[in-house]
Design a protein around this ligand. Structure first.
Ligand SMILES: *[C@@H]1O[C@H](CO)[C@@H](O)[C@H](O)[C@H]1NC(C)=O
Ligand SMILES: *[C@@H]1O[C@H](CO)[C@@H](O)[C@H](O)[C@H]1NC(C)=O
Ligand SMILES: *[C@@H]1O[C@H](CO)[C@@H](O)[C@H](O)[C@H]1NC(C)=O
Ligand SMILES: *[C@@H]1O[C@H](CO)[C@@H](O)[C@H](O)[C@H]1NC(C)=O
Ligand SMILES: *[C@@H]1O[C@H](CO)[C@@H](O)[C@H](O)[C@H]1NC(C)=O
Ligand SMILES: *[C@@H]1O[C@H](CO)[C@@H](O)[C@H](O)[C@H]1NC(C)=O
Ligand SMILES: *[C@@H]1O[C@H](CO)[C@@H](O)[C@H](O)[C@H]1NC(C)=O
Ligand SMILES: *[C@@H]1O[C@H](CO)[C@@H](O)[C@H](O)[C@H]1NC(C)=O
Ligand SMILES: *[C@@H]1O[C@H](CO)[C@@H](O)[C@H](O)[C@H]1NC(C)=O
Ligand SMILES: *[C@@H]1O[C@H](CO)[C@@H](O)[C@H](O)[C@H]1NC(C)=O
Ligand SMILES: *[C@@H]1O[C@H](CO)[C@@H](O)[C@H](O)[C@H]1NC(C)=O
Ligand SMILES: *[C@@H]1O[C@H](CO)[C@@H](O)[C@H](O)[C@H]1NC(C)=O
Length: 843
């Protein structure tokens, strides 16, 4: 029995730090060096001491020149600490900054807090970026209207720090609070940059409260870890005595006086976390002995990381803190799919009588803040120029003048020379509509090579004055909207083909005569060995009663209703060249061709009818009471992947489907999935030509973003589309999520959730947790690999099939395990799947 602590949704736990907690009788620590800014608090309101923490907050007006102050409605303020009641929003300008004076060279904990609280009554929180000086810090996206915070440990090289909010075109940036706390020098030092907080938890909490100042001298927020899910494997121990926090990391006594330990003293204590994308992780493990050991008792253990000794042996001090940390980044564990996991195993030594304990843990990722800011002298000079010209410059001139280059101040040009700070090389003040004298500060810009100040422009200031052009970036949806009309029209001109899908009634063999040999209750692969029924065009016209009843419009033709005897059929138009190719393609996971008609330019294809419709309706139809189980979903994904794999690797030349999507995955009465519409969307290679075609195809949301740059759809484009389908299978969401006016691609949403370690919320709630977690995790991995921006990083369908197979095996093993007591044949099911289903398919 092993204790596995997986952390998933700490991003949500963090918010509890702002919930009111009545302050214990702790003598408030010294707040010296604290900078506590309540953004949006009017300066006229004065400063105040927050009741639950005793922290003194001041107005943000001295720290920023722009933005507007907003106050949340009382119902949104309720229950939260007071600094969240106001916020400052920045409706104007691309980049707006706070400049805060600090002590150069000191290590600071910088915390920015954002609580939307529906301040604009739009019921839709914005998305924007936050920068520290010239460097990108993080992206702020809300999925819940709860406080969100970003924390970083950073040693500023200047005597000020700039925190900037950057408008990406996805809403008005805002901020609720900005807090800076000096730390003990030489703590949290890393070789690879500043540290962004990932997780900071109090393990073994008995109060289930989150703590910050005054409990924590540095005002770090400690979230509690809900142990209930990990009982009975592990248990908590605690002491009413005070733990001495020590001189360096100083985790507070409230955090250190509780710990977790294995319930079974012989078992190791295992803490695992999952990672996504290659980040450099740093970890701080805080320990304190909180049991008074008897003479015949001892506690010593080794700490292993992913099976390698990390530290040991460790013997703890009674009521004193020991912090074990990684001076260099933890070794990367990411796999082919960009996923990894870190497992710390605390293992009791042989001579120890007591099991290992762990009191608290902090996990950080290093952030690259290497973009130099503009040369100090130039910044000073340009800042003076800015203040001389006052108001007019406010909108565009905020943050670092030259860096990042994307937010270069309007009217400036800079030189960028590798690691040296950028210099200002030219200045064109006319674009800012300035008036008045050219100040002497301009002469201080040493590198200035050109300076433009057209007098006529200065005279015309009124014109320039009005509305500077704001060029806001469009919302960053991954999906290029393809103007497919041209290509489509072309295809249909040449096409008068017809596709027919058959509906078998009950299990009876059709008697209509026209479908001889084709209508059995099971349509087998060997069906294709039979001669296909050929229809004349007039027969098809009769079947469809002259194409009167339109069933729908597929990507490449209109689908009509028809009847052959007592069978219902569907008829679809397509191109003659498609037909030829389709006749040669057959696989159990491709919709089966039953017959065809070729008469001049008129074509008809007759397909088996797929009783259970398309996958799309099963996933997205709210009214559909039959929720597909995880096993069934995996089986469907496997089926579709195998069909696609056959098109790519089993056909010569390979066929690029070009329109893989949930509505093109059809399900038969046994929920076996088959791909439809394959090959319909491509033109065919001229002899010896590449199998890549340039006919526009695809469906927004599924279309390879690479397509917009290369104009080519390849097998890897199908892999991308398949990745989107797989995400939909996991999440039961549409490819493009829309909320209000905002549209987000499913991959962006999943990435956001993964970045926050929140895999649980990705998975379709209707599954009610009834799945093997590792199986789902692996499926997410596969999907994320499939939708890599860079096609060469995407797996091929062969790899996808192999990996999905593993997912299915994991899920079956779980089901097998849980049913072992009441079913005797589940082993059989599993082994059948492993031998027959997974063996190479006949082609
Ligand atoms: C407890 O241990 C058992 C046996 O190793 C394991 O199956 C179970 O998942 C564990 N429970 C938790 C909550 O980790
Ligand atoms: C920061 O320091 C500069 C001078 O070093 C001073 O002009 C400015 O007023 C200070 N800002 C604040 C908010 O105290
Ligand atoms: C940290 O180091 C800097 C520069 O060495 C110094 O100015 C500052 O006072 C130190 N801070 C503390 C809290 O010791
Ligand atoms: C907010 O919007 C709702 C409608 O969406 C409206 O009924 C309400 O009065 C608005 N509240 C404020 C304070 O403007
Ligand atoms: C803004 O754009 C940057 C890259 O241009 C991106 O990394 C970031 O996620 C975007 N932020 C939002 C909120 O969309
Ligand atoms: C917090 O602890 C109390 C008892 O101390 C318990 O009743 C409550 O359920 C706990 N809340 C959570 C969220 O664990
Ligand atoms: C505790 O763990 C050991 C080693 O895994 C095992 O042999 C023993 O049966 C376990 N004890 C209990 C009570 O589960
Ligand atoms: C340690 O000593 C106590 C008595 O002081 C005894 O009850 C206990 O069994 C001993 N434990 C071990 C592991 O020897
Ligand atoms: C157990 O062994 C470790 C290292 O081998 C040693 O440091 C520790 O003092 C030992 N503890 C006892 C109680 O002998
Ligand atoms: C705990 O640390 C203090 C110094 O901070 C030291 O005097 C004391 O001996 C330590 N206690 C133990 C049990 O090691
Ligand atoms: C954790 O990573 C190891 C390789 O480092 C891998 O073998 C294992 O499957 C991963 N575990 C999970 C649950 O992803
Ligand atoms: C900056 O450089 C660009 C292109 O090199 C040029 O068009 C522009 O006029 C320059 N701006 C200034 C202010 O010199």
């Amino acid at each position: 029995m092993e204790m596995l602590i997986k952390h998933f949704s700490f991003a949500l736990l963090i918010v509890f730090v702002f919930v009111l907690v009545s302050r214990a009788q702790v003598v408030p620590n010294d707040q010296s060096g604290f900078i506590s800014i309540d953004c949006g608090l009017p300066e006229s309101a004065g400063s105040y001491s927050e009741a639950s923490t005793g922290i003194n907050y001041v107005s943000d007006e001295p720290f920023t020149n722009t933005g507007v102050s907003k106050t949340l409605l009382p119902e949104y303020q309720a229950g939260y600490q007071k600094q969240l009641a106001h916020l400052r929003a920045f409706p104007e300008g691309i980049r707006n900054c706070y400049t805060v004076n600090i002590t150069r060279g000191t290590s600071y904990l910088i915390r920015a807090t954002f609580y939307y609280g529906n301040y604009d009554n739009k019921s839709y929180p914005p998305g924007f970026d936050i920068h520290l000086g010239a460097n990108f810090w993080d992206t702020i996206i809300f999925y819940f209207d709860l406080p969100l915070q970003k924390q970083i440990i950073h040693v500023p090289l200047d005597d000020y720090v700039r925190v900037c909010l950057v408008n990406n075109g996805t809403g008005t940036p805002f901020i609720s609070a900005l807090e800076l706390r000096p730390l003990v020098n030489k703590t949290y030092v890393t070789p690879s940059g500043s540290l962004a907080l990932d997780t900071r938890v109090d393990l073994g909490s008995i109060t289930n409260l989150s703590y910050r100042y005054p409990y924590d001298a540095f005002d770090r927020g400690w979230s509690y870890f809900d142990i209930n899910n990990y009982k009975p494997n592990w248990t908590t121990i605690s002491t009413p005595l005070t733990v001495n926090p020590g001189k360096y990391y100083k985790p507070p006594s409230e955090i250190m006086s509780t710990a977790i330990t294995p319930t079974n003293a012989s078992e190791p204590l295992v803490y695992t976390w999952f990672t996504y994308q290659n980040k450099a992780y740093y970890v701080y493990l805080h320990f304190s002995e909180i049991q008074k050991l008897k003479a015949n008792q001892s506690r010593s253990f080794d700490i292993f990381l992913n099976g390698e000794l990390f530290y040991g042996p460790l013997v703890l001090d009674y009521l004193n803190v020991t912090t074990i940390y990684s001076p260099s980044p933890l070794p990367s564990t990411v796999n082919f799919f960009g996923f990894g996991n870190y497992t710390f195993s605390l293992i009791k030594r042989k001579n120890s009588t007591l099991p290992p304990i762990l009191n608290a843990i902090e996990i950080y990722t290093s952030v690259d803040f290497s973009q130099s800011e503009t040369s100090r002298k130039d910044v000073e000079a340009i800042t003076m120029i800015k203040s001389t010209y006052g108001e007019l410059m406010k909108r565009n001139w905020d943050g670092d003048p030259c860096a990042p280059i994307k937010y270069l101040w309007e009217g400036l040009n800079c030189s960028y020379d590798g690691s040296n700070p950028p210099r200002i090389t030219s200045l064109n003040l006319s674009s800012n509509g300035l008036t008045g004298e050219i100040t002497s500060y301009i002469s201080k810009l040493a590198m200035l090579q050109s300076f433009i100040d057209t007098p006529s422009e200065v005279e015309n200031t009124n014109k320039c004055n009005s509305a500077p052009c704001e060029t806001k970036k469009k919302s960053n949806i991954l999906v290029p909207i393809v103007s497919s009309v041209g290509g489509l029209a072309l295809l249909l001109l040449a096409a008068a083909g017809i596709l027919i899908a058959m509906k078998r009634k009950e299990k009876q063999v059709p008697t209509g005569g026209v479908t001889k040999g084709t209508g059995g209750s099971e349509i087998q692969n060997d069906f294709f060995e039979e001669k296909k029924r050929q229809f004349t065009y007039s027969e098809v016209s009769n079947i469809t009663e002259n194409f009167v009843r339109v069933l729908g419009r597929g990507g490449f033709g209109t689908v009509y209703h028809g009847c052959i005897g007592d069978m219902q059929v569907a008829v679809k138009k397509l191109s003659p060249s498609s037909v030829k190719l389709l006749m040669t393609v057959h696989h159990r996971n491709l919709t089966s061709l039953i017959g065809y008609c070729i008469e001049g330019n008129n074509m008809a294809l007759i397909y088996e009818y797929m009783t259970n419709g398309d996958l799309d309706s099963h996933l997205l139809d709210e009214g559909n009471a039959n929720v597909l189980s995880w096993e069934r979903r995996l089986q469907i994904a496997m089926d579709a992947a195998q069909g696609l794999e056959y098109l790519h690797n089993g056909c010569k030349p390979p066929i690029v489907h070009r329109d893989v999507k949930t509505s093109n995955i059809l399900l038969n009465e046994n929920f076996q999935a088959k791909l439809a519409d394959f090959g319909l969307s491509r033109t065919f290679p001229t002899d010896g030509g590449s199998h890549v075609s340039t006919v526009v195809a695809g469906t927004p949301g599924y279309l390879d973003p690479e397509y917009s740059t290369t104009n080519r759809l390849t097998e890897k484009s199908d892999v991308y589309s398949f990745g989107v389908v797989l995400l939909q299978i996991i999440t039961c969401r549409t490819a493009i999520l829309s909320r209000g006016h905002e549209r987000t691609h499913i991959s962006q949403w999943v990435r956001f959730m993964l970045d926050n370690g929140d895999i649980v919320s990705i998975v379709d709630k209707r599954l009610r947790g009834d799945f093997e977690t590792n199986s789902v995790w692996k499926a997410v991995e596969i999907a994320m690999a499939c939708i890599s921006q860079n096609p060469s990083k995407r797996p091929d369908m062969n790899q996808v099939v192999t990996e999905l197979k593993h997912c299915l095996v994991m899920e079956l093993a779980r089901r097998n395990h849980s049913r072992a007591t009441n079913s005797t044949n589940s082993n059989e099911v599993l082994s059948t799947l492993m031998t027959s289903e997974f063996s190479p398919l006949a082609r």
